[in-house]
Ligand binder design. Structure first.
Ligand SMILES: NC(=O)C1=CN([C@@H]2O[C@H](COP(=O)(O)OP(=O)(O)OC[C@H]3O[C@@H](n4cnc5c(N)ncnc54)[C@H](OP(=O)(O)O)[C@@H]3O)[C@@H](O)[C@H]2O)[C@@H](O)CC1
Ligand SMILES: Nc1ncnc2c1ncn2[C@@H]1O[C@H](COP(=O)(O)OP(=O)(O)O)[C@@H](O)[C@H]1O
Ligand SMILES: [K+]
Length: 484
């Protein structure tokens, strides 16, 4: 069993992929082996999470997720825990693994009750897993509501009931709670556990591969957790020219702060030199708080070889500049108003598509919706699919921001960034991310690596942010850790 952290590098499989893994594993094992292993894993984690629990509530559903719950209850009872198993239904309607588990439960002297207990020290949600097909209702919704409203810790089996393994869209009751939440994923990790509603519903994630570790030799995983890549150490005999130039273009009247945030972030993330071209003719030509930044007339940027970060606070004036930039700029990040200018402009999108080196696009869900000509809700309903579609359509690396940012690139597996938290939900943090990506491009990283490493670091900084210190974009822009 493994606790999943932001450093974990692992393949993610959705419903179809996990069912394939399950079928292959079951074929070479005696009947019911996987479910028994699942029950043992759940019981072991439950005991580790709540060793002093006097009363454990196992809520079981109508399919094999419920079967996992029956098996766990047998183990917990055998270890001396007072265990209540809630289940309603017709035993003959259970799938065969779950029916066998129910028989074992009865043989162990346990019985099921059709009601929830009045109190418990740990709840185990074994209501719905991979087979969840519609919002839970009736007694399933009632039991979920009780588990989420209670102060006791909650351990979800495989998936929090009602969470879609592919998309991370959650249905059914869920309440904001201070009680610890854990999820023990079985056989595989799933994309939906890391994006959209997944993070909130799962809490701390664990993986039990049930003794069937699968590699992704055939490249069939639906996405990957990228893992951790430390910054490259620097050779001694280098100079500022060794680490590249970044040019930041944006800052229409009233929005001058955005490119300065991006430029400051690029500087602190290690770019050799950083230039800023502001679109507001009345803006000051330097920034006393960041004298390292070099301000230039915007029409002179980018110069040869500079990585360009384009769009932060750019306003509508940017649209006229985009054709030339798309044709001639080297490494390129398109953010905010550069993305808005692209939306619905087939000629611009064609130019983007034809670039020799893919650009990095960093839309938040509304910007992605504009580019895809759909609603934000449609983007959020399947973030992986939305990012993949955009990446193919624009022939670009697409970083779809939000909880569990998705990084999609043509011809490469999608990545889901596991770091970050809602303290990043503050104006300007997206500009900082764009600046981080620009700095990594300037230092020679390929667009996909620059995108995921920047997103990972951006989130990691937020995860380590001191609780008492406000997280503002300008502080974040200066927080990239110093190299050894
Ligand atoms: N077999 C094995 O070896 C292993 C299996 N494993 C475990 O099996 C789990 C998958 O099991 P599963 O396929 O039976 O699906 P599961 O999530 O239990 O639900 C399906 C049932 O729920 C019903 N249903 C759906 N939505 C509903 C709703 N809203 N409200 C009410 N009912 C609803 C649905 O009914 P239907 O929609 O068909 O009418 C069907 O009856 C997997 O997540 C893992 O925990 C692991 O131990 C590994 C080894
Ligand atoms: N709940 C969250 N979890 C993880 N990251 C988040 C969360 N909320 C916001 N972020 C991150 O914060 C940044 C916000 O960017 P964006 O929406 O473009 O803001 P702005 O335009 O104000 O800079 C993105 O990188 C996004 O992924
Ligand atoms: K569950």
């Amino acid at each position: 069993m493994q606790r999943i952290s932001t450093h974990t590098r692992a393949p993610l499989w959705g419903k179809a992929g996990t069912r394939r893994i399950e079928a292959q594993a079951s074929a070479s094992l005696p009947p019911h082996t996987l479910m028994r292993r699942a029950g043992l894993g759940i019981a072991r984690l439950a005991m580790a999470l709540a060793p002093h629990a006097r009363h454990i509530w196992v809520a079981c559903g109508p399919g094999n997720n419920g079967g996992d719950g029956f098996e766990a209850a047998v183990q917990l009872q055998a270890c001396g825990f007072h265990t209540t198993v809630s289940w309603r239904g017709d035993a003959t309607a259970l799938p065969s693994d779950a029916r066998a588990a129910l028989t074992r439960l009865h043989a162990a002297g346990l019985s099921c009750t059709p009601e929830a207990p009045s109190h418990w020290d740990l709840a185990i949600d074994a209501l719905l897993g991979l087979g969840s097909r519609r919002p839970p209702d009736g007694h399933l919704a009632d039991w979920l509501q009780r588990m989420h409203a209670a102060d006791a810790p909650l351990l979800s089996v495989d998936l929090p009931s009602g969470l879609d393994a592919d998309t991370g869209v959650g249905t059914g009751p869920v309440l904001v709670s201070r009680a610890p939440r854990h999820c023990l994923s079985l056989l595989s990790l799933k994309p939906g556990q890391f994006t959209a509603d997944g993070r909130d519903r799962c809490g701390t994630l664990w993986l039990d591969d049930l003794g069937c570790a699968v590699d992704d030799a055939s490249g069939s995983a639906d996405a990957w957790l990228p893992g951790f890549a430390p910054d490259q150490p620097r050779l001694h005999a280098t100079h500022k020219g060794s680490y590249g130039d970044v040019a930041v273009l944006g800052g229409a009247p009233g929005m001058v702060g955005a490119p300065i945030l991006a430029a400051t972030a690029a500087l602190h993330a290690g770019a050799g030199r950083v230039f800023v071209g502001l679109l507001d003719p009345a803006a000051a030509a330097w920034d006393a708080t960041a004298p390292e930044l070099m301000f230039r007339p915007h029409h002179t940027l980018p110069q040869h070889g500079q990585a360009l970060v384009c769009g932060c606070g750019g306003g509508e004036a940017l649209a006229a500049m985009l054709p030339a930039l798309l044709d001639h700029a080297g490494p390129l990040v398109l953010d905010a108003d550069a993305l808005n200018a692209l939306a619905g402009q087939d000629a611009l999108q064609k130019r983007l598509h034809q670039r020799a080196s893919p650009a990095v696009l960093t839309p938040h869900p509304l910007e992605a919706a504009r580019l895809l000509n759909c609603s934000t809700a449609q983007v959020q309903a399947d973030r992986l699919a939305a990012a993949r579609t955009l990446a193919e359509r624009m022939n670009s690396v697409v970083l779809l921001k939000g909880s569990g940012s998705v990084i999609a690139s043509p011809g490469a597996p999608a990545l889901i960034n596991p770091s970050g938290n809602a303290r990043l939900a503050s104006a300007g943090t997206g500009d900082v991310l764009a600046g981080f990506i620009g700095a990594l491009l300037a230092q020679g990283l390929d667009p996909r690596s620059a995108a995921w490493r920047a997103a990972w670091r951006h989130g990691d900084l937020a995860d380590r942010w001191p609780a008492h210190r406000p997280l503002t974009a300008s502080a974040l822009a200066r927080a990239w850790p110093a190299r050894a």
